[in-house]
Structure formats: structure tokens, C-alpha cells
Design a protein around this ligand. Sequence first.
Ligand SMILES: C[S@@+](CC[C@H](N)C(=O)[O-])C[C@H]1O[C@@H](n2cnc3c(N)ncnc32)[C@H](O)[C@@H]1O
Length: 458
Amino acid sequence: MSAAPPPAAPGAGADASAGPACDAGPDAGAGADLVGLADLVELVVGDPAAGGGCVARAPDGRVVFVRHSLPGERVVARVTGETAHYLRADAVEVRTASPERVAPPCPAAGPGGCGGCDYQHVALDAQRRLKGRLVEVQLERLGGLRRQVEVEALPGSPDGLGWRTRVRFAADRAGNLGLHRHRSHELVPLGSCPLAAPEVAALDVVGRRWPGARHVEVLAVDTPDAPSALVTVDAPRPLPRSTLPRLGAGVGLTVAGRSRHGAGHVVATAGGRRYVVSAGAFWQVHRAAADALVAAVLDLLDPRPGEHVADLYAGVGLFSVPLGAAVGPRGKVIAVERHRAASADLVTNTALLPAVEVRVGAVEPSSVLDGDRLDLVVLDPPRAGAGTAVMAALDARRPRAVAYVACDPASFARDARVLLDAGWSLAALRAFDAFPMTEHVELVALLVPPGALHEAGR
Ligand SMILES: C[S@@+](CC[C@H](N)C(=O)[O-])C[C@H]1O[C@@H](n2cnc3c(N)ncnc32)[C@H](O)[C@@H]1O
């Protein structure tokens, strides 16, 4: 793979205005005939770009973001979108294949197919190298940080399949389920999704009809002796019981926000602890992610008895629970979460931990500025990141360490930059392949204030 920094496809979360630094290929050259929608063009493909494709140069000089291609390949691509500055295209024929190309395991993957996966045509270890490179570029471009990033495999999915504990299907007018085509509202009918965990596949929601539903989401975990499967139907109005498919006795069913059958939650496990997760509340999607993230965060932060911690964007308490146990009754964990169902679960899951205080509401600068002491912070925001105001408040407060858990490297890089510009250091960075077959990755970073690395003798 070339060492030049790849650009990001517009809308991919990274700085799309930055110029490309791709192998433009022998076909490059402005002034040639304009390439338009649905045209077929032969392209030599360069670096990977955020957004799932790789970058090439069209005969008319414009940048092309080419899905279903790999660096170094010569492909014939069909143009699927255009602006004055760039084109989007799908590789529909491969003239010179990369040695890292494989047959996609899912028949619905590929040009015009399901938009859920970006890298089905890429060998699993090469997927991780592509993702590592994408993270490196975003860290450098948006965070001003040069760092080599190795993406670690998670256990339990040696072929990159069967890892999703949660899948959200869309329903058509007749109630048949499918997944969306890339950048489209159109549905691809599916027999199944090979990324779904066996517990999800066993419910066979795709094999049933859901008239009146907009979406049907399945969350299924493998906890024995507890509610472990939940189907959540999003519908504009309550659906008559007679129209709903029959699910197994132990399967919870929630329709239009009302529990209709079984428990309205599952009991998931992480780090040997049990967590109630209700319909609509966040839980890590990869079956091994919750365990891996808890272990990584505790290892990096090393919480001690009596310390005060803020767990921001706490969800159902994935980190608050082990942190509450680690700091003990003399310590304190302020857990902040704004989602109604998730915060109710957070209260339930931390009920036996006197150190944990749940605050229901949005994370604000005041979430870290009030109180007399703050030693550690866990920050696990949604894709948009925490934002400058919260990061600046963290800098003002100077805890001894911040663990930042990120599903979007671009927003992590922007947020981290606020601390790095104030003299903080990135003391550790781990990247996990929590989303095989897609371009996505989960990061866990340790940020420490000025002087801390020196004091710790690192
Ligand atoms: C990526 S999830 C992480 C949850 C938890 N740390 C975990 O790993 O299970 C982000 C969480 O932040 C919550 N959230 C999103 N925006 C928020 C905000 N502005 N203030 C507080 N919570 C927010 C979401 O409801 C969600 O539970």
C-alpha cells in the first residue's frame, strides 16, 4: 500500500476538502471528455479512503471514490454519483486484481447490493491493515499526531462473520425485511445476514413478515438462565397482535415502544458481570467487544480505591460497574447518560455499588467541572464526538488520565487535538476490529495531562 495519506469520501466523517494524494494512474488528465452518471471508466485505484472505497482519478481529472476495489487494482467502474469536484463509482469488473482480493462470503455484497459491508471482497488481515492506515491518516490530518496503528482482531469470529449481536432490518410495504442498498432507501431482500451472531440468526426474523413495521431490530446475546433475545419493532402505530409473527417463548417483543411479550430487556455479560439492557439502550454490537473494551479501559486507567471517576456517555453502565467496584465505597463514579431506557438500566445495573451516582441528562462541561475532586474520566461518545467545550472542560479539570473510547477516528482526532494542543500526551492507543467486513473500527486511547508521563516514569 502507498504511504501517501488517503483522502476521505465526502460524508465519511473526515476532512473531505483536503486534496487527494492518490496514485492518479495512467488515465489521469484534465480536459478529457466529462465522465457522467452510469458511465463505465477504467481506473487504476490508489489509497483507501474513509467511506469504504479507494481513490482513483477519472479521465476528466476528477477524484473518484471507488467502492469494491483495492489499492493497486485496475478496474472498470460504473459511476454512481457525481458533483463538480468528485465522483463515486462501483468497481464492476476487475482487470488486475490485488492479491488481497477474496470472493465475498455474502451473496448480497458487491456493486448494487447491500450497503452494510465495505470490505467483503478483502482478506480479513488486509481489512485490518486498511483500517489501521485509515486511522493513521485521520489522526495525522485532524489530530496532528503521527502514530502507527495496528488493528487487533477480537475473539469469537475467526472468519469475520457471525459477530453481530444486534441487527436492524428495514421493512417494505408488505412487511418483508431487508437491508438498504448503499446510499439508498431501496431494500435488498435477504435470506439472512452472515454477520449476524448465531443467536440472532436462530430467531429468523427475516423469514417472517412484519406488516405495518418500519424497522425490526434484533438484539440477542448468549447469557444462560436469563432473558437473552429481544425483538424491537418500530412502527408508526401499535400493531394488532394478530399481525405479529409468533416468536419463541423466551423472546421479548416490544412494538412501537410498548412491551408486548416476554421481558423488555436482555441480560448481557462483560468482564464476568451481568447487565440489564432494555429495548433501545446501547450495547456493543460485536459479541466480544464489551469484554475487550472493559479490559482495555481498566488496564489503561488502573483505577484505585478511593478515586473519583466520571463515566461520560455511560450507556447501561458497561464501564461504571467495574469502575464502581474498583474505587470501592470510599470512591465515587459519576455516570452521565441521557437516553431514558439506558439511564434506567444504568440505575439498575449499579444499584449495589454505593460509589456510583447516576446523572440522567446530556454531558455538559459542568459534568466534569463540578465536584471537589476528579482523578479519572471515561469518555465514550456517539459518532459525533464530545466536542470542544467538553474537551476544554476536561483540560481545565486536569484528571490524572482520560480513557477515550471512539467508534469514529475522525471525531476522536478532533477531540483529542483540544487536549494535545494544551500539552496533553497520547500515552496509549489501541484499535479493535469490532466491525469486521466494514471500514469501521473501535479505538481506546489514554490521554494524560502535561507532566503525567514524566511523573509515571514512562
Ligand atoms: C457509544 S455509546 C457508549 C455507551 C457505553 N459507554 C457502552 O460502551 O456501552 C454512547 C452513549 O452516549 C449516550 N449519549 C449520546 N449523546 C449523549 C449526550 N449528549 N449526553 C449524554 N449521553 C449521550 C447514548 O445514549 C449512548 O448510550
